[in-house]
Design a protein around this ligand. Structure first.
Ligand code: PEP
Ligand code: MN
Length: 385
């Protein structure tokens, strides 16, 4: 990596020294060069492989440092969920808010699938409860071809139009194949949605082509859920690695082509714990909770960790989803994603088409907000949610 400082900053400047110190602290070697110009000199810091390889570090670790004008990658990135974080936890900005380790937990709510009345639900969540981050799936991978699969492209338009109308700051939606990325991009343009869209990969669809395509673009932050059958934390890292590798190119000898490969990867990556296939058929939970994975993830990887207590519990009976939310909050996630809408009777007698058993009724979302607020008050001394 080559770090170019703003014109006029000399090698002895404390901002250069700060970059050198950080790079060396991370295990790199440094070489400071000066290109004298007519009016200004330009100082560049070459970061060379040391005990850690330069390709394993992300640009963002230097980009935000004082005096840094540009960070240029020379070799293709090979950022792993382990190495990227050597400089401390990686915070990601969604809308106007930073998320990640040590920051307050946020709430994302919305229906499982986007349906005709999505505007009514979003209106209820935003105006009724002050929720600003919304979820909704347009493409839903189902286990039976006879289950409702979502409205696809039309669903994205319904979702973004409603989000725009209600001033939603961040929208989360699922993509199940790489062509969906462009469909979302087009819909954003056409609906003129100004917020952030986070694309997520579900528990049943982590195919490498999709993950690679998500890593190769930088328009959308990406959230990866753990797979239904994941037994180990490593399986989640493996999915993340496909995103972090970006799209590499290979030459005709089968060697990695440094010049043709992505120079910048997408490291706005969030991991999401949503439970794994349950082993005890008598358990009331739909999946076995795996929120405790955060104890491992937090210690060894840098990505913010979110949690999905809705799919983990799978049922509102006996308030199971509420209990699942309480359980997730114990692990201080970056955010929780909760399915909410009209499970019983709703707008015009409407009832959701998908995952209604676990849907928190809109009128009970206030309780969820309160739980997140209480958590933030206790742990982060703030009452945001
Ligand atoms: C969802 O969030 O609606 C969903 C289908 O989740 P998962 O992939 O975790 O089952
Ligand atoms: Mn769902």
């Amino acid at each position: 990596m080559i770090i170019t400082m703003s014109p006029g900053i000399k090698p002895g400047d404390e901002r250069v020294q700060a970059v050198v110190k950080k790079a060396q602290g991370l295990g790199l070697r440094t070489d400071v060069k000066v290109e004298p110009g007519k009016r200004f000199s330009v100082t560049q810091i070459f970061l060379l492989d040391g005990t850690v390889r330069g390709c394993c570090l992300a640009e963002y670790m230097f980009e935000s440092m004082s005096g840094v004008q540009a960070v240029q990658r020379v070799t293709p990135p090979r950022v792993s969920v382990f190495h990227n974080g050597n400089g401390g936890p990686h915070h990601i900005t969604l809308g106007s808010i930073k998320i990640g380790e040590g920051l307050p937990t946020r709430l994302v709510a919305g229906p499982c699938t986007v349906e005709e009345h999505v505007g009514k639900i979003i209106d209820g969540l935003v105006k009724g409860h002050g929720i600003r981050w919304i979820r909704g799936g347009a493409w839903k991978p189902r286990s039976s071809p006879y289950s409702f699969p979502g409205f696809g492209e039309r669903g994205i338009y319904l979702l973004l139009k409603a989000a725009r109308k209600n001033g939603v700051e961040v929208v989360f939606t699922e993509v199940i194949e790489s062509s969906h990325i462009d469909v979302v991009r087009r819909a954003i343009e056409k609906t003129d949605f100004k917020g952030t869209v986070v694309l997520w990969v579900g528990a049943r669809t982590g195919n490498p082509l999709l993950l690679t395509a998500l890593g190769a673009q930088r328009d959308f932050p990406v959230m990866i859920k753990n797979g239904v059958d994941d037994e180990r934390v490593q399986a989640l890292y493996d999915r993340a690695e496909w995103v972090l590798a970006g799209n590499n190119r290979w030459d005709s000898h089968g060697r990695l082509d440094a010049r043709g490969s992505a120079k910048r990867l997408n490291d706005r990556l969030i991991l999401c714990l949503r439970g794994t296939r349950k082993t005890d058929p008598r358990s009331p939970w739909r999946f076995s909770p795996n929120f405790h994975w955060n104890n491992i993830l937090g210690g060894e990887c840098w990505a913010p960790v979110a949690m999905d207590p809705s799919h983990c519990a799978g049922d509102m009976k006996d308030d199971l989803v509420m209990k699942s939310i309480a359980e997730a909050l114990r692990f201080d996630p970056a955010f929780i994603m909760v399915e909410g809408g009209y499970p019983e009777k709703g707008f015009n007698g409407f009832k959701g088409h998908c995952d209604v058993a676990q849907m928190v009724p809109i009128e009970r979302m206030g309780k969820v907000v309160e739980m997140v607020r209480e958590h933030n008050q206790t742990v982060h001394s703030t009452d945001v949610f």
